[in-house]
Design a protein. Structure first.
Length: 177
């Protein structure tokens, strides 16, 4: 049998979380078929559809798995983890849900991931900007979660665009106050 199916165990969650983050965990799996040179991923988010990747080091081909651990946001001192499926350049092809580190360690331990036969590494980052810089697509909301100054810059940029659009509408319509 050349295909290996990895189904992460259900993590033991502490405390109350709303909505329940375990929804979607039962469908999550990674099936790696080394003989066919393919991998199928179904994520742990309830609306994820299965995706197929070719194995290899080229762009868009699954080259390895990264266990990324970093603070969730500027105000959150606890670490969180996310599994990244990356190509040879480090670009994210698919990713798991961001989980608190204790749940992530239970769901995606090295012993489970090593069975895939793909290279598995763990990387720790100081903030979401560094995760995004190392693995494009890992943290798409990084301007709002990377730190105080990035939050201020992103908020200022959004406010400037909104004010500019309002001014443009006023000028184009001839509407004055």
């Amino acid at each position: 049998m050349s295909a290996v199916e990895i189904r992460p165990p259900m993590p033991e969650l502490t405390g109350i979380s709303w909505p329940d983050p375990r929804r979607g965990f039962e469908q999550c799996r990674l099936v790696v078929d080394r003989a066919a040179g393919t991998a199928n991923w179904t994520g742990d988010v309830a609306c994820d559809r299965p995706r197929e990747f070719r194995l290899g080091d080229g762009p868009g081909e699954l080259a390895g798995l990264v266990r990324a651990i970093y603070p969730r946001s500027l105000w959150d001192v606890d670490l969180a983890g996310r599994l990244l499926l990356v190509d040879g350049a480090g670009k994210v092809l698919a990713r798991s849900r961001l989980l608190p580190q204790y749940a992530f360690e239970q769901m995606w331990p090295f012993s489970v991931l090593d069975a895939s036969g793909l290279p598995v590494i763990e990387e720790r980052f100081a903030n979401t900007r560094r995760v995004q810089k190392a693995h494009r697509g890992a943290a798409p909301l990084w301007p709002w979660t990377a730190g105080y100054w990035w939050l201020m810059l992103a908020s200022f940029a959004v406010a400037a665009v909104v004010i500019g659009l309002i001014a443009l509408v006023i000028v184009l319509t001839g509407w004055s106050t």
